[in-house]
Design a protein around this ligand. Sequence first.
Ligand code: FES
Length: 208
Amino acid sequence: MNNSQYLKNQWYVVGLSEEVTDRPFASSIMGEPIVIFRNSSSGEVAALEDRCVHRQAPLSLGVINGENLQCGYHGIEYNRDGNCVHIPSQKKIPPGAKIKSYPCRDHQGFIFVWMGDPAISATVEPYNFPYANRSNWRVRYARLHGRFDHRLLIDNLMDVTHLPFAHKSTIGASGVADRATVKTERMKNSVRVTRSMENIEPAPPTFQ
Ligand code: FES
């Protein structure tokens, strides 16, 4: 996909909360290389362009120094807003020595990053996972690695009529494909699809 095909003014999950520590790590969203890290003193999460203004070294190879991210090449430091705040080899910080910063949120076990207009980010909440905050539910987080186009996974999850065939020994109750009533509603910022399946035999009780 080229960059113009992405939805910019949206929150994107970049990783699990537990993965973001005071060791910076690299990621890429919408083709933009970014570095994510957690300040060691405040615990706040930050997302910056993964490229030093000096010699373009990836900042994800650097370290956290207090509240700042320190480049691993010549030690220039950036705060969470992307401003260069310290240059070890000189006193003067050139005006404009700044890298792009992205709004980010630590929300319901995920780190969300906003790739569009920062001013709009304050008006939009990250996706709410309704079961994540229920005390009587146990939530399990996992990362799925795969060498495939992510759109194939979206396609897979949106069309559950494959369940009786591809998952017949686990969640593939018969009737999912041909006896469901499907209702599609246009919401404010999304589309909701509800499948009602009444009087259908549940899937087999045990995993095989
Ligand atoms: S490349 Fe980052 S300080 Fe030189």
